[in-house]
Design a protein around this ligand. Sequence first.
Ligand code: HEM
Length: 184
Amino acid sequence: MKGVIIAELIRWMEQAFSPAIADAVITRSEVPGDGVYTTVGNYSHAEALALMGALAEISGEPVPVLADSYGFWLASRFMELYPQMFEGYTDAVTFLRDVDGQHHREVTKLYPDARTPSIVVDIDGEELTVSYGSHRPLADIAHGLVRGYIAYYGDDLEVIRDPGSPGPHAARFLVRAPSRQSVS
Ligand code: HEM
């Protein structure tokens, strides 16, 4: 996996928790290289899982909750790191539709050894389904990324994870207008 995903995971831990907690996580997870990752380097995704597992033990939060929060935060970091990929978009649906065919394709031009997940978007009337598939078990990060882009574009949409999707290597997210309770 490209170092950018793990380097940013460390940065998120420093910001969302503290630099001391990030250090404790690196020590506890026993990842090689003392937690130093270069953006262009390639590392096993097992290192990201080990770091999240250690953070779960230290923080008491379950790994899926942490991975989802990290994905949400990562959405805005991608905008800072790769601003050219966001030019011309004004809504989350149009943006998400182009991830597979354009943005992840750009990623593989930047990093020829990247193996990006498949992000397939289906639109059926008012409903949108985003399907994630990967040899890596990172569906919770994908969930957070989808939520993050919807929040960024300010769209009034909710994201519901299909409980029937097999996860963590695959997941389906239903994106739709929130169902409102009628006030009587
Ligand atoms: C312009 C926006 C995006 C950029 C710049 C981007 C960039 C990247 C990069 C650099 C990687 C690492 C690839 C590797 O390790 O080989 C990656 C992986 C990943 N991307 Fe994206 N991505 C974007 C949008 C999205 C969106 C919208 C989703 C979710 C729906 C997503 C889901 C993931 C996941 C979960 C991974 C981790 C690797 C895996 O699960 O196989 N990405 N992305």
